[in-house]
Design a binder for this molecule. Structure first.
Ligand SMILES: NC(=O)c1ccc[n+]([C@@H]2O[C@H](COP(=O)([O-])OP(=O)(O)OC[C@H]3O[C@@H](n4cnc5c(N)ncnc54)[C@H](O)[C@@H]3O)[C@@H](O)[C@H]2O)c1
Length: 315
């Protein structure tokens, strides 16, 4: 088995994509800690230890090894406790899947600071906290695999600046970890998934899309693609591949993974520059005259200004 003698922590492993990854790793012999406090979709309250216990029990029932930790990644010390639990129970910490997630969408002018804080704490601060505690073990043993769950939202999104920022932050964490830990045999990569889970495709989301279809705001093709989206089982095999020895040299990358498709994002590189001879200070007139030609050929404004009446109608 591919992950015999490997121990994994999967945050948010009680449901959705995390659970599918935990099961896939366990099927290949990994011993798994399911770290999940059973939160509701928006991070409030929830079901406590039940979902994590149930997910761990399902793995054990299938012949695997798993334990539950009903801890929150938003609690820095709880992250330390969970890493130690993995070490104590299974002897090592080899694989870390930073997957825990909650949603609190609103336009920026309506978003309470609490919604910013909980989303950033779960997706991004939690990723830092888990790596902070796991990295010493991985570094000492000179082997480790870290996957930080991203999202297409890292490229810019409407109505979820907290989520998009946290996912963008996760990709930056991935890139930094690849550089800090790579030489110790530890890789870090990001997966931007698309899969039907309670986060993406509950009844309210389906109903919202049906209304948008009826109002002519989305095409039938787009509607069909959303409501028939494949499940988390399409994400798990690629995550397992990234955790394997076969992927030892894949580091600091972001992948798009969805039903029947795996893609890789560009490296973010400067694509053009304007240089002032002698490094003198640019004048406003020079910038206004030269920037469009030198830097912005082929560029499209993602959201050009609209007449006031159109903009108000879209809210
Ligand atoms: N499903 C998709 O299409 C999709 C798309 C883009 C990104 N993602 C990302 O994938 C990850 C998994 O999402 P999912 O769709 O499986 O959602 P999900 O709601 O099915 O599962 C998320 C799990 O995270 C747990 N969780 C919430 N707060 C936590 C905390 N503080 N500590 C530990 N666990 C916590 C929840 O209890 C839940 O079990 C998330 O990071 C999400 O942002 C999913």
């Amino acid at each position: 088995m591919r992950f015999e003698n490997r121990a994994a922590i999967v945050t948010g492993g009680a449901r959705g994509i995390g659970r599918a990854i935990a099961e896939e790793l366990a099927r290949e012999g990994a011993k798994v800690v399911i770290m999940d406090p059973g939160s509701a979709k928006d991070g409030d309250g929830g079901d406590g230890a039940g979902p994590a216990e149930e997910a761990a029990e399902a793995i054990r029932a299938a012949g695997g090894t798993a334990i539950a930790a009903a801890e929150s990644v938003a609690d820095h010390d709880a992250c330390g406790r969970t890493v130690q639990l993995c070490k104590d129970a299974f002897g090592s910490v080899d694989i870390l899947i930073n997957n825990a997630g909650v949603l609190r969408p609103k336009m920026v002018w309506n978003m309470p600071i609490e919604s910013w804080d909980i989303v950033v704490a779960t997706h991004m601060r939690g990723t830092f906290s888990m790596i902070h505690h796991a990295a010493p073990h991985m570094r000492a043993q000179r082997w480790g695999r870290i996957i930080n769950m991203g999202s297409e939202a890292w490229r810019g999104t409407v109505g979820g600046v907290n989520y998009g920022a946290a996912k963008g932050g996760n990709f930056s964490i991935t890139r930094s970890m690849a550089r800090e830990l790579g030489k110790y045999g530890v890789t870090a990569n990001t997966i931007c998934p698309a899969a039907a889970t309670r986060l993406t495709l509950d009844d309210a989301v389906k109903e919202g899309f049906r209304k948008r279809l009826e109002a002519g705001l989305v095409t039938q093709e787009r509607y069909d693609a959303v409501v028939n989206m494949g499940g988390p089982e399409h994400i798990a095999p690629f995550a397992a591949y990234l955790c394997s020895d076969a992927a030892a040299d894949i580091n600091g990358q972001a992948f798009r993974v969805e039903e029947g498709k795996v893609g890789i994002y560009n490296e973010p590189e400067m694509k053009a520059s304007l240089v002032k001879a002698g490094k003198e200070v640019f004048t406003f007139e020079e910038l206004a005259a030269q920037i469009p030609q030198a830097l912005l050929q082929g560029y499209t404004n993602p959201s050009p200004a609209e007449p006031a009446s159109d903009a108000a109608a879209a809210e």
